[in-house]
Ligand binder design. Structure first.
Ligand SMILES: Nc1ncnc2c1ncn2[C@@H]1O[C@H](COP(=O)(O)OP(=O)(O)OP(=O)(O)O)[C@@H](O)[C@H]1O
Length: 239
């Protein structure tokens, strides 16, 4: 579904993403893992078209989208839930959701279906987004992305700032999306959850991918080594 080859993304002279290649197959759930500053958000924003690529190629459903606008990528079925959610705080939940309906893509996601999937939003339909709890904001941000009926949903820092109970609720909702066949890439700092929830773990360190394995073939120790760039002998000290 998505093929990325030799991608470089820069801020001025600084190479935040360095020669990254990655392929994502339809139906996969991929966890992107890495320390603060590893380049995860930069990588995801470049895929979504929010940042230009300095070098490399991005192909989505056999179309070269490397130079395409973010709105064209949404039109083709690629949606990003950005870190920090980026809702319009003075607009209501419903208005924020409707802003996601920028395409005429066919699909099951309508306003009513979003409220069925995120029942915690029903009573907040007319509340301003700025007055929502963290969990309600995350649900609204995911719902807004779903309004474009994406085939590939990218979620940056799904759990950031949420209580464990709310994280469980958000993951229950993502599980429902997965069951509809949506391909998912998510950034998750909780390694145990990342391994349990996804098919594949991809770890970034200093702008590069240092591990890319099916979750069934890796474990917490190996991911921790990749995360910190450690030798296997140093892992226990780091933990
Ligand atoms: N707008 C920017 N201008 C300059 N440098 C930036 C900018 N945004 C990010 N960076 C730098 O690029 C590198 C990668 O940042 P990025 O936010 O992509 O990492 P991350 O893995 O998503 O980390 P976090 O979990 O903290 O968001 C970091 O060194 C960061 O300081």
């Amino acid at each position: 579904m998505l093929n990325i080859s030799d991608l470089d993304v820069r801020y001025g002279q600084f190479r935040a993403v360095q020669g990254v290649s990655l392929s994502i197959i339809k139906g996969e759930t991929v966890s992107l893992i890495g320390a603060n500053g590893a380049g995860k958000s930069t990588f995801l924003r470049a895929i979504a078209g929010a940042l230009p690529c300095h070098q490399g190629r991005i192909t989505f459903k056999d179309e070269n989208i490397t130079l395409s606008s973010a709105s064209h990528r949404v039109q083709r079925g690629l949606a990003l839930v950005p870190e920090g959610r980026r809702l319009f705080s003075d607009m209501t939940v419903e208005e924020n959701l409707l802003l996601g309906k920028t395409t005429n893509r066919d699909g099951e996601w309508t306003l009513e279906r979003i409220f069925e999937t995120f029942p915690n939003l029903v009573k907040r339909r007319t509340a301003k987004a700025g007055n929502l709890s963290g969990g309600e904001q995350q649900a609204t941000a995911i719902g807004r992305a779903l309004m474009s009926n994406p085939e590939l949903l990218i979620l940056d820092e799904v759990s950031l700032g949420l209580s464990p109970l709310v994280v469980d609720q958000v993951y229950d909702s993502i599980e429902k999306l997965r069951q509809t066949g949506t391909t998912i890439v998510l950034v998750e700092q909780d390694l145990a959850r990342a391994i349990a929830f996804s098919n594949r773990a991809v770890c970034m360190l200093e702008g590069r991918i240092v591990l890319d394995k099916p979750c069934a073939e890796t474990n917490r120790d190996e991911i921790t080594q990749a995360y910190f760039g450690l030798d296997p002998s140093q892992t226990q000290e780091a933990i």
